[in-house]
Design a protein around this ligand. Structure first.
Ligand code: KG4
Ligand code: ZN
Length: 354
C-alpha cells in the first residue's frame, strides 16, 4: 500500500472530520470540528441541528486539513467517506461533499462503514510517531460507541464475524443517560470518567447483565437500576422532591464509579473470554467509549497477564475522526473497492451478521 494518500471525510454523527492518511497508517492531517458544545445546550443531538453544523463546518475543516498536510490534489489517490451507519442528514453532507471532490478532481471514491473505521483506528500512526507492529490476525475487536457495542472476530483485513452485540442500549448511550441522571450534562461518558476518578469509597455495586455464556451485551437493566439507586441516594440526602438540587459531590462520584465499574467489568470479561476461546493473536479496542481510562487500563492489565497484545488508539482517535476512515478506506482501495457516484447514506449498516 506504500505511496497511497487518501483524503477521508467523516460526518456520521456530531463531529465533522477530514483527514489525509498515507499508506493506510500515517496521519498527515486530521482535523475534527466537534459539535459537543452545540448539543450540550439541548442535552443531546438534534439531527437537523447536526446536519446544519456539518454544512457550516465542512469547508473550513477541509481547508485546515490541506494547510496542515502540505500536499496537493495531485498527490491524492482516492477520496474515502463514511456512508453509514449514522444520522441520515449528517451522512448526506459528507457523502455529497466527498462525491463532488472525487468527481471534480477525477479521483476514485471509496465508501467506508463507520464501525470499520473505529476498528482501523488501531492501525494509525501520528505524524512523527515511531513505527510499530500493526495488530496481528486473528484478532478479537470490541467496538464501543454512542450508537453501537459489539464484539467481532477478524481473521483477515475487512472480514468480520460478529460474535455478539448489544441487545438494547449501546455502552456509550448508557454512559450518556446515566450522566444525565447524575446531572453531569452531555456527553456523559467523559464526565462520568472525570467524576468517578474522585470516588473515595469504591464499593457501590451496580448489576451486571452477563447473559450466560453469550457474547451479547445488555445495558438497559443497568440504566434502570442506576435510576433507582440515584433516586434512593437523593432521598437519603433529603432532596428527592427537589429536582433542581444536586446530589453531593461525594455521592455523585461514588455512583459514577459504581456504574462505570459495572460497564467496564462486563466489557473486559467478555472480550477476554472471546480472545482466549478463539485463540486470538491480538485484541483491538475502538469507539468513543474506548477513550475511557478505566476500560483501557483494565483491559490492558488482563491482556498483559494473558500475554495478548492489546491495541487501543489514543483517546482522540477513539472518538469520531476522519483519520480512521482514511485507514479503512486505504484498505478498501487496495482491495479494489470503488463506489459509484450513486453512493447513498445507509443510516443502518451492520458491519457483519451472525
Ligand atoms: O464513537 P463516538 O465518538 O461516536 C459514535 O459513533 O457514537 O462515541 C461517542 C460516545 C458517547 O456516548 C460518549 O459519551 C462516549 O463515546 N465517550 C466516553 C468517553 N469519551 C467518549 N465514554 C466513557 N468514557 C469516556 N472517556
Ligand atoms: Zn463513532
Amino acid at each position: 500500500m506504500t505511496g497511497t494518500l487518501v483524503l477521508a471525510v467523516e460526518s456520521s454523527c456530531d463531529e465533522t472530520g477530514i483527514a489525509l492518511v498515507q499508506d493506510g497508517r500515517r496521519i498527515r492531517a486530521n482535523v475534527v470540528a466537534s459539535q459537543v458544545a452545540l448539543h450540550a445546550a439541548t442535552g443531546g443531538i438534534v439531527p437537523e441541528v447536526a446536519a446544519r453544523a456539518h454544512l457550516r463546518w465542512i469547508v473550513p475543516v477541509l481547508d485546515e486539513a490541506w494547510a496542515n498536510a502540505g500536499v496537493a490534489w495531485t498527490d491524492v489517490d482516492a477520496v474515502a467517506v463514511t456512508h453509514g451507519p449514522g444520522l441520515a442528514g449528517s451522512l448526506l453532507v459528507g457523502i455529497n461533499f466527498a462525491k463532488t471532490l472525487a468527481w471534480v478532481h477525477d479521483k476514485p471514491l471509496v465508501g467506508v462503514n463507520h464501525l470499520e473505521g473505529h476498528i482501523y483506528a488501531a492501525w494509525l500512526l501520528d505524524p512523527g510517531e515511531e513505527d510499530r507492529e500493526p495488530p496481528s490476525f486473528p484478532l478479537v475487536t470490541l467496538v464501543v460507541s454512542g450508537g453501537h457495542t459489539f464484539l467481532a472476530e477478524m481473521r483477515d483485513h475487512l472480514t468480520y464475524r460478529l460474535l455478539g452485540e448489544t441487545v438494547d442500549d449501546a455502552a456509550g448511550e448508557a454512559f450518556d443517560k446515566v450522566g444525565r441522571l447524575l446531572g453531569l450534562g452531555y456527553p456523559g461518558g467523559p464526565a462520568i470518567q472525570r467524576v468517578a476518578a474522585a470516588a473515595v469509597a469504591r464499593d457501590r455495586v451496580f448489576p451486571r447483565a452477563w447473559l450466560g455464556e453469550s457474547y451479547d451485551f445488555s445495558f438497559s437493566g443497568l440504566k434502570t437500576a442506576a435510576r433507582r439507586i440515584i433516586e434512593a441516594a437523593r432521598a437519603e440526602e433529603g432532596i428527592a422532591e427537589r429536582p433542581d438540587a444536586a446530589l453531593s459531590e461525594g455521592a455523585t462520584a461514588e455512583l459514577a464509579w459504581g456504574f462505570q465499574d459495572a460497564v467496564v467489568d462486563v466489557l473486559v470479561t467478555k472480550t477476554m473470554r472471546a480472545a482466549r476461546t478463539l485463540g486470538a493473536r491480538s485484541i483491538v479496542l475502538g469507539g468513543g467509549v474506548a477513550a475511557n481510562a478505566e476500560l483501557r487500563g483494565r483491559l490492558a492489565g488482563e491482556a498483559g497477564a494473558a500475554r495478548l497484545p492489546l491495541v487501543v488508539p489514543r483517546p482522540g482517535l477513539c472518538t469520531d475522526n476522519g483519520a480512521m476512515i482514511g485507514a479503512a478506506g486505504a484498505r478498501r482501495l487496495l482491495a479494489g473497492d470503488r463506489a459509484s457516484l450513486a453512493l447513498d447514506a445507509r443510516p443502518t449498516f451492520p458491519i457483519a451478521s451472525r
